[in-house]
Design a protein around this ligand. Sequence first.
Ligand code: SF4
Length: 236
Amino acid sequence: MRASGATESADPRPTPPRDCDLCPRLAAFRAATRARHPDWWNAPVPSFGDPAARLLVVGLAPGLAGANRTGRPFTGDYAGEILYPTLLRFGFARGTYAARPDDGLELVDCRITNAVRCVPPQNRPTAAEIRTCRRFLAPELEAPPRPVVVLLLGRIAHDSVMRVLGLSPRAFPFRHGAVHDLPDGGPRLVASYHCSRYNIQTGTLTAAMFAEVVAGIRDFLDTADIARRRAAVGRR
Ligand code: SF4
């Protein structure tokens, strides 16, 4: 049966059903992978973390033998080896990352999602697939409470978030380290090269460069906390 779109789970944001077939190529790829690896997740990978978190991290898509196998974003992916230790270092996670969904790792004031929820062949979703899966990305940005900071990993996540927010990607071109504060209570957008194997192994992104981006987000949120506490004291 054709998926109608969204289903509700314990998470207040709509999440795709396991058999979502809105992208026929990706549904067929999932089915083929399931036949080869019936013990893998092989379904849309749900977001991870508190829906009320102030930091939302948006990646590209699950890796074939990583998040598509484990069912948790970036878990088992090469990029998870950079992302999770950095989140732990800057207080956006606690516990130990062991590349398994049962490693007990918890995100702290942080949530992780992907622009495309299903694994694409060769890690390359088509423009139509990115557009189709945007219906599941949009609530992550628009449903209250909205994130305060959105960390955009790579150009595809960047451009898809821009589209959700009704902005032209040309208005805020993708650039590593770029920061855009949106008006009218909108989130701060922070762009980074994706912490993919390719970017790390080619030196496009280093762990230090990525840490610098996340450190900036930590400082921004901590400063906002201090300002809020000062305002609360002033009201007494
Ligand atoms: S990528 Fe998104 S819209 Fe497409 S089949 Fe998967 S969950 Fe459905």
